[in-house]
Design a protein around this ligand. Structure first.
Ligand code: 5RP
Length: 265
């Protein structure tokens, strides 16, 4: 692997090979998402615990201090909305010049395998990979399900993850699934990170799926709402960080979470 590509990947994945990415890109299709109305304020207390920040160029430019040391994963697909016709009908909305100008360490785009726009989506991925590889910039493919949340099962996710890796994604983001999550990992030749999805009822559910996903071979997480939409975002991200980088079990993470809330850690 070329030096630039390796260097960027090493900035994202820590020495243990694991990563905690913090996505705040939700506004790109759903507007001012709850708790993300002022993204700069949302990330202030929690960014220090993340290994990378995922967002669009607009939020980066307007809401994030350029002195930031955390690597940026720039979302470059969009031009759709929750009130539009089909979330899968995305385009790439950021040029390679802009990606370089804004010093992104990686880019991400959604890929809608099995949708009406499957070919467009995957062709967009192929073009983006070609452009980014020229400059040593890794592409993270987001295996997206749009509004079809029932697609979050191993058979579909393993298929989607493998296809985007075959096209050249350096990192794949998929959802976690309770049954056979390891099949996604086993069939995917590049690191897989777990997306969070809508906020869960309890914090423990998050610790459980992050722990189980890591045990089954995930390289990390890309967790947004289950951190910054929770009652205690700092406690939440610190507990998740402990699972990812310190090998905590879900129970140990929950204990740490409660200690932080009680002001004892
Ligand atoms: C949206 C995204 C988000 O980054 C992703 O969904 C992660 O955020 P959350 O944990 O809130 O689901 O890619 O398509």
């Amino acid at each position: 692997m070329e030096w630039g590509m390796q260097n960027r990947i090493n900035r994202l994945f820590q020495k243990d090979g694991k990563a905690l990415f913090l996505p705040i890109d939700h506004g790109y299709f759903q507007g001012p998402t709850h708790c993300l109305e002022r993204p700069g304020e949302t990330i202030k207390p929690i960014l220090q615990y993340a290994d990378g920040l995922m967002l669009t160029r607009g939020i980066l430019r307007n809401c994030v201090d350029p002195a930031i040391e955390k690597p940026i994963i720039m979302r470059v697909s969009g031009a759709v909305s929750v009130v539009g016709e089909d979330l899968a009908n995305e385009s790439v909305v950021t040029s390679i010049q802009e990606i370089i100008r804004l010093n992104a360490s990686a880019v991400s785009m959604s890929c809608f395998v099995g949708s009406k726009y499957e070919n467009k989506s995957l062709t967009n991925l192929a073009k983006l990979v070609d452009e980014c590889e020229d400059y040593g910039i890794p592409v993270m493919a987001v295996c997206a399900v749009g509004k079809e949340l029932e697609k979050r099962e191993a058979r579909y996710l393993a298929l989607a993850a493998r296809i985007v890796a075959e096209i050249g994604a350096r990192v794949v983001k998929t959802y976690y699934c309770k049954e056979n999550f390891h099949k996604i990992i086993d069939g995917c030749p590049v690191p897989v990170v777990i997306a969070g999805g809508p906020k869960t009822d309890t914090q423990r559910e998050v610790f459980d799926f992050v722990y189980d996903g890591m045990q089954q071979g995930a390289a990390g997480v890309n967790l947004g709402r289950n951190i910054w939409q929770t009652e205690y975002p700092v406690a939440s991200i610190r507990a998740i960080q402990a699972i990812i980088h310190k090998g905590f079990t879900a129970q140990e993470a929950e204990d740490l979470y409660n200690q932080i809330i009680a002001g004892k850690a």
